[in-house]
Design a protein around this ligand. Structure first.
Ligand SMILES: [Zn+2]
Length: 258
């Protein structure tokens, strides 16, 4: 009799436990389905934000950035211009108008972007400007911009900017990209691979004829433009980072740009 009672109680306990177990399981199931609902919503939001992001990226490539504008203009001048590029150009010129209010009104950068002499990069930290001198030693006008650019092309090198003999400023490589201008060199702080963190500027002048006062004037404006966009710690000559190998900028008076 006692045995039967014990068995009976045992059965009740087992059944009871089973009920509790299953009812908990039920709750869990409900919770899971709620969670998966949340998950669906989260995914939906993620998808939307991804779309917003990609739209933002599209806007960026549509010419909100200076870089995109530059490329648009160059591409157009090469004859590949499409409707999209024209739209980009419009977006860019609006942007540039805003910029000009802050920049020196008589300072203009002319784009002649090179297809050689650099590697694409993004997010590099620029803290150095290297000044160079350059001239055409192949005959004819030693200050001929086209010939000088042709020489760069033949060597597969390029600066970011050129201050031409007529004091016009040309951009050949965008700041964000790594231009091949410094070669084997070493900073006063011991760093090598100077191209990676620097901007290179070539001034068109010879070993016997230093920069003109108009060139110094343009260079000063270019330096302040660059310093407005990057935290520049060093402005050095090529000869400072490659002594013995390089002696440019030639006949350069540092006092005129400092
Ligand atoms: Zn140099």
């Amino acid at each position: 009799m006692i045995k039967k009672i014990i068995i009976g109680v045992g059965v009740i306990i087992l059944v009871g436990t089973g009920w509790v177990y299953f009812s908990k399981g039920g709750e869990k199931k409900i919770k899971i389905s709620e969670n998966s609902g949340v998950k669906d919503k989260t995914e939906e939001i993620a998808t939307i934000s991804a779309e917003v992001q990609s739209n933002a990226e599209d806007n960026l490539t549509a010419g909100v950035t200076k870089e995109a504008t530059v490329e648009g203009e160059v591409m157009e001048s090469v004859g590949k211009g499409s409707t999209t590029i024209v739209e980009n150009k419009n977006a860019q010129s609006e942007f540039e108008k805003e910029e000009e209010k802050e920049a020196e009104p008589d300072f203009k950068i002319n784009d002649r972007l090179a297809s050689w002499g650099y590697e694409k990069a993004s997010g590099r930290k620029i803290d150095t400007i290297i000044l160079h001198s350059t001239y055409n030693a192949t005959g004819g006008d030693e200050f001929d911009l086209d010939k000088i650019i042709g020489i760069y092309k033949s060597y597969g090198v390029a600066p970011h900017y050129i201050v031409a003999r007529d004091a016009k400023v040309y951009r050949t490589v965008e700041d964000k990209n790594i231009a091949y201008h410094a070669g084997e060199s070493k900073m006063p702080d011991g760093r090598t691979g100077v191209n990676n963190f620097s901007i290179g500027i070539e001034i068109i002048n010879s070993k016997t004829s230093g920069p003109t006062s108009a060139q110094y004037n343009s260079l000063k404006k270019l330096l302040s433009y660059i310093k407005g966009n990057h935290s520049i710690k060093y402005t050095l000559g090529h000869s400072d980072i490659a002594p013995g190998r390089k002696d440019d900028p030639w006949k350069f008076e540092w006092g005129k740009v400092k």
